[in-house]
Design a protein around this ligand. Structure first.
Ligand SMILES: Cc1cc2nc3c(=O)[nH]c(=O)nc-3n(C[C@H](O)[C@H](O)[C@H](O)COP(=O)(O)OP(=O)(O)OC[C@H]3O[C@@H](n4cnc5c(N)ncnc54)[C@H](O)[C@@H]3O)c2cc1C
Length: 452
């Protein structure tokens, strides 16, 4: 008799797992049936593309869908849309599901269940159910943003200075709105960037026409007689916002697991083992989980599509009868703020010191191409290393076109445990349109190595 895998949540982690489980089962000869339940009407979409869809770079929501439910069904997965898992009965091996189309509730038996329920945006009380105030999480949010912008609002307020806040600020300014970004951080992105690098992000946003207000929390909104948002209270003054984008972060969706008595980690996410297994027959992957940071040796909550896809694939291999392990992360991420590419990997100086590392850091300015080339743009690289071992512990980059993906050199070095000296002398590509003779990451690492 075939084993049944029920996947709950059919986006990045869930559908990577579902497909990989079937592929592996074909290889191992396992007899596997895969059912994926999804509470919304869409599967396998790129939330990452939503700010660019709202900006108008992408015309159609369909372009953000990597694979439709029909395509997954053709591949052999029983995808059930508008179907929400409402409870997990581990003793009986059943999931309670509500079919939103028919309003009926039923039970679905499983041999294995994969929790891939993702994350939910943080919505403070003042932001709930106020017309004009929207998070940026789902394709439905993206559609609501496009509709909102079609009504020609003039002023936009973005609350939160992390990745999504910065991306939405850029988007709304590009759409011609007078845009203000408010963050409680010392600088934008200061949750995971050095303040001096965050200051460069602020400058880039300002060049893009965004007013940036730091060190401040929005705690309330003003609404007009029609109930729509009109302004937010910032430093005691109202800042106009006909539309308000919330970029306050996300929380792991773990209620099914906790309802079934499964524990969550210190950062609020599920903590599966390196095969993505929580307990017998129960697996988890993606934004509902914490991930192991290889440098700190601790689980952190880092909800990113890169990790969701990889962890889903690992879960799928194991569920299909193979053997795979999720090796952890080093904390690599990239975004854009106006004309600046913004990227990071590894620890910040604060995280490193809190973890007890003895560190040294450097920051230097260079160019993305040889200085005499027309495409040469400024770039700033910050790098952190460990005294004694010389190991590279972190790197951040803010600069013009071609700057950001250079972070992958540092990320790969960290992955392999290389020293700053190793990076400085590595054989990287050079020709004038692409780089100075010494790549900016190498210059930073060379200077860092001199200090370590
Ligand atoms: C605006 C934005 C930009 C981003 N940009 C980037 C980026 O540039 N790079 C990057 O790496 N990451 C980025 N991310 C993060 C990335 O999108 C997520 O990490 C990724 O989508 C996580 O995938 P997931 O499958 O774990 O969760 P999700 O994508 O959240 O999917 C979970 C699915 O489960 C469904 N679900 C939840 N509960 C139930 C239930 N009880 N029953 C049935 N279905 C349920 C949900 O409807 C959802 O479809 C961005 C996210 C956003 C919102």
């Amino acid at each position: 008799m075939s084993r049944r895998l029920v996947v709950i949540g059919a986006d990045a982690a869930g559908m990577s797992a579902a497909n990989q489980a079937l592929r592996t089962a074909r290889r191992t000869g396992a007899d596997l049936e895969v059912v994926a339940v999804e509470s919304s009407d869409v599967v396998s979409y790129s939330a990452c593309g939503i700010p660019y869809w709202v900006a108008g770079d992408v015309d159609d929501a369909d372009d953000l869908v990597a694979r439709t439910a029909a395509e997954h069904r053709d591949a052999g997965i029983d995808v059930r849309l508008h179907t929400e898992a409402t409870a997990l009965d581990l003793d009986a091996g059943q999931v309670e599901v509500r079919d939103h189309a028919t309003g009926t509730t039923s039970r679905l038996g499983f041999d294995d269940v994969l929790l891939a329920t993702g994350a939910a945006p943080i919505l403070p009380d003042w932001a709930r159910d106020v017309p004009g105030v929207l998070a940026v999480k789902t394709l439905a949010d993206g559609a609501a943003w496009r509709e909102l912008l079609a009504s020609d609002p003039r002023d936009a307020l973005v609350v939160g200075g992390g990745y999504i806040g910065v991306e939405m600020a850029e988007t709304l300014a590009r759409r011609g709105l007078r845009t203000t970004l408010v963050t409680r951080g010392e600088e934008p992105m200061s949750g995971s960037f050095e303040p001096a690098m965050g200051a460069l992000v602020r400058a880039a946003l300002e060049r893009a026409g965004v007013e940036v207000v730091t060190g401040t929390e929005v705690t309330d909104l003003e609404t007009g007689p029609d109930g729509r948002v009109r302004a937010a209270c910032v430093n005691g003054d109202p800042v106009r916002g006909d539309v308000v984008a919330l970029g306050l972060g996300v929380r792991a969706r773990t209620d099914l697991a906790t309802g079934a008595g499964l524990p969550v980690g210190e950062r609020g996410g599920l903590v599966p083992d390196d095969r993505q297994r929580l307990t017998d027959g129960v697996w988890a992957a993606g934004d509902c989980c914490e991930v192991l940071d290889r440098t700190l040796g601790q689980h952190l909550y880092v909800p990113l599509g890169t990790h969701a896809n990889k962890a889903g694939r690992v879960a799928g291999t194991n569920l299909g009868g193979g053997d795979d392990r999720f090796p952890g992360i080093v904390g690599t991420a990239i975004t854009r703020a106006g004309d600046a590419e913004v990227a990071r990997t590894g620890l910040t100086s604060r995280w490193a010191r809190e973890a007890g590392f003895d560190v040294e850091e450097v920051r230097m300015d260079s160019t993305t191409a040889s200085g005499y080339m027309p495409e040469s743009d400024p770039v700033t690289v910050w790098a952190l290393g460990e005294r004694g071992t010389g190991r590279l512990l972190g790197c951040q980059i803010v600069g013009g076109r071609g700057a950001g993906k250079r972070i992958d050199t540092a990320a790969t070095a960290m992955w392999a445990g290389l020293t700053a000296e190793d990076v400085a002398m590595a054989d990287l590509a050079y020709a004038p349109p692409f780089s100075p003779v010494w790549d900016p990451v190498q210059i930073a690492c060379r200077r860092l190595a001199e200090r370590l």
